[in-house]
Design a protein around this ligand. Structure first.
Ligand code: 6GU
Length: 246
């Protein structure tokens, strides 16, 4: 997969993209990330990327010309058929694991990082195909959001995670939060690992994990359960627990 990132602070990406999974994905040629500085596509001697908002008001707005020119340079000569052009903005659609899964299937993505008070609306209207936010809070710019997206997408590119680190049991991959995990020692400061996990009974362990996943989701993120289909037995786990608590 190739990911082009258009931004104002390219150096922010250096260290995060040279570590761990993303580093490995790049080294094995499963991922090619190209960072572009929007400022390089300005034509005035001050390399101006922003300007005052029409109509007045506080803050500055990113100018459309350098962003369009840069995007069109990237698109030039490549088959851009349905390449997603994602604008990172707090006004976008909330990023979910489903969106991440869909984007991970694409051969080529473009991510545009906004800054300051905003981006000229014509970038939203005539360049971006998708607008994404990573949560209901405000960041100073889209760079950190782009890193979050690249990380989430990279781990789903086939071949990036070894079978040992498979993404299939991740929280959110099946619409539920992940079950509790334990490793050695068996007892730490008098806190013992649940005995079922030491039993060697794989069927019982799988059932315990499923139950923990469901109960944990019901407690912490009850709204997530509206999207998953539970068996009668699984529903009874939740109601039994509620009874026991009252
Ligand atoms: Cl994508 N950008 C900015 N500036 N703030 C955000 C965001 C994006 N997602 C959440 N907050």
């Amino acid at each position: 997969m190739r990911i082009d990132i258009l931004c104002l602070f390219p150096d922010m990406f250096i260290s995060p993209f040279e570590q761990s999974i993303i580093k490995r994905a790049k080294e094995s040629n499963l991922l090619n990330i190209v960072i572009h500085d929007i400022r390089d596509y300005t034509h005035d001697s001050h390399h101006t990327v922003d300007d005052y908002p029409y109509g007045g008001g506080p803050g500055m707005v990113l100018k459309p010309e350098p962003i369009f020119e840069l995007a069109e340079t990237i698109q030039h000569g490549v088959d851009t058929g349905d390449m997603p052009v994602v604008l990172l903005t707090p006004q976008g659609k909330l990023l979910t694991q489903k969106i991440v899964r869909d984007l991970a299937l694409q051969p080529h993505l473009m991510l545009i990082c906004g800054h300051y008070e905003g981006i000229d609306e014509r970038v939203h209207e005539h360049l971006a195909t998708d607008e994404i936010s990573i949560g209901d809070y405000v960041l100073s710019g889209g760079e950190l959001a782009a890193m979050v997206m690249v990380d989430a997408i990279t781990r789903l590119i086939p071949g990036v995670l070894g079978s040992e680190e498979s993404a299939k049991d991740d929280s959110h991959s099946n619409g539920l939060l992940e079950y509790p995990q334990y490793t050695r020692p068996e007892t730490y400061r008098s806190w013992s690992v649940p005995s079922i996990l030491l039993s060697g009974n794989h069927e019982k362990i799988a059932q315990w994990r499923k139950r923990q996943s469901i109960l944990r989701t019901a407690t912490r993120r009850p709204e997530m359960l509206q999207q998953v289909i539970l068996s009668c037995e699984e529903k009874s786990w939740i109601s039994e627990r509620s009874l026991n608590q009252n």
